[in-house]
Design a protein around this ligand. Structure first.
Ligand code: SF4
Ligand code: SF4
Length: 373
């Protein structure tokens, strides 16, 4: 099982799609949900309780998450020292990575770092100077011996040219990433009327994805490398191996839960404080017997469900975007799946010729990359 540990809800940045949207959000989309607004800002339970909970599952993976977990560096170190799990993963904005000693950084199996592309686009979304601090810290941890996977985790919306930004991340000379994941800022806020999502998704993002899939396969042909672009990796893996997922690919609500700062378990970190969906508390719960929380309509009767898995439990349950608006998001999923399916014969040929191999498409599922953007 995978668990996002919400170390703190505090964050030193004020990103447009997170802090900025929260300021404009009306909360009308939460009518009918029972919300807990009094949760502690930082972990408020005994770490021995967390350790006992994790020890009940030999396959337990903890993803340290926030807010920004490194704002509580001491708690992060205590978790690494006192809790026994199979792997630790860190999801961070990167600006405080230099504050954690190498002996701790080097114990993470994977670090997902928020970066939205080149300096201009990252600083536009995340604040001036954020890009430089993040890249300098990534260079530092690499020099200090970090050998795990570093995944550039992008949030994408209307200012993002997906082809340009992903290719920049993997090809730049300063700090080229071999692993990239992205998620659309879509369906999380009551923001559709003030967005230009329709034009951007249809005229920019969808054609950009088709070009990017072509670039990805060209890299396989010319260099024999399967770049770890997670949305492509996950879908291609399923198509190559004939997997019929039909469950959320992020794992939310069935194999990847989150632990709130008060110790309650929720289906995903975004469902923070939504009492209707609490599935237990780490004091008493058995990690392998947690109640499943699954997506409802329209996903369960959608023809793309077997490969999509439902995209996002939070968006599906809260329905903060209307059905008509959300159809555009589903259009991006279909476009992505179709673009990869069209290239599958080319990929199969490369495998048959030995340019690449099936193992190149292996990855750790549920590691914080949702696969369906
Ligand atoms: S394409 Fe849309 S409706 Fe279909 S399963 Fe995915 S999110 Fe649900
Ligand atoms: S995709 Fe949705 S349900 Fe899954 S982890 Fe992200 S916010 Fe949660």
């Amino acid at each position: 099982m995978f668990f996002h540990v919400i170390v703190t809800t505090e964050c030193p940045l004020q990103c447009r799609y997170c802090f900025g949207e929260a300021l404009k959000d009306t909360e009308t989309g939460f009518r009918g949900f029972d919300l807990d607004y009094s949760l502690p800002e930082r972990i408020d339970y005994d770490l021995d309780v967390l350790d006992r909970f994790c020890r009940r599952d030999d396959e337990c993976v903890l993803i340290l998450y926030g807010g920004e977990p490194l704002l509580c560096g001491d708690v992060v170190k205590q978790i690494l020292d006192r809790v026994t799990v199979k792997h630790f993963i860190l999801q961070t904005n990167g600006v405080l990575l230099h504050t954690l000693e190498p002996e701790y950084v080097n114990r993470f199996h994977t670090i997902l770092v928020s970066i939205d592309g080149d300096e201009a686009v990252t600083d536009y979304y995340r604040g001036t100077g954020t890009f430089r601090k993040t890249i300098d810290n990534l260079k530092l941890i690499t020099q200090n011996g970090f050998q795990g996977e570093i995944i550039a985790r992008m949030t994408v919306m209307e200012q993002t040219d997906i082809h340009k930004q992903v290719t920049w991340l993997v090809e730049n000379d300063d700090f080229p990433f071999s692993s990239v994941h992205w998620q659309l800022n879509a369906g999380f806020w009551d923001d559709f009327p003030r967005r230009a999502f329709t034009t951007w998704s249809e005229d920019g993002y969808n054609p950009g994805i088709r070009r990017l899939v072509n670039f990805w396969v060209q890299c396989m042909e010319t260099t024999g490398t399967v770049l770890r672009l997670y949305p492509f990796l996950g879908i291609t893996h399923s198509l190559l191996f004939g997997e019929d997922e039909a469950l959320l690919r992020c794992g939310g609500g069935w194999i990847n839960y989150a632990i709130q700062t008060d110790g309650h378990l929720i289906p995903c970190p975004t469902m923070w404080g939504m009492r209707d969906y609490y599935v237990g508390h780490i004091r008493h719960a058995d990690p392998s017997k947690l109640k499943k929380v699954l997506v409802n309509e329209p996903c369960t009767t959608c023809d793309t469900y077997p490969v999509c898995g439902g995209r996002c439990l939070y968006a599906n349950l809260t329905k903060r975007w209307s059905a008509e608006s959300y159809r555009l998001v589903c259009g991006t999923v279909r476009n992505l799946v179709d673009a990869i399916a069209r290239e599958l014969p080319r990929i199969r040929r490369l495998i048959q010729c030995g340019n690449i191999c099936l193992n190149d498409f292996d990855f750790m599922k549920y590691n914080g990359c949702e696969i369906i953007p």
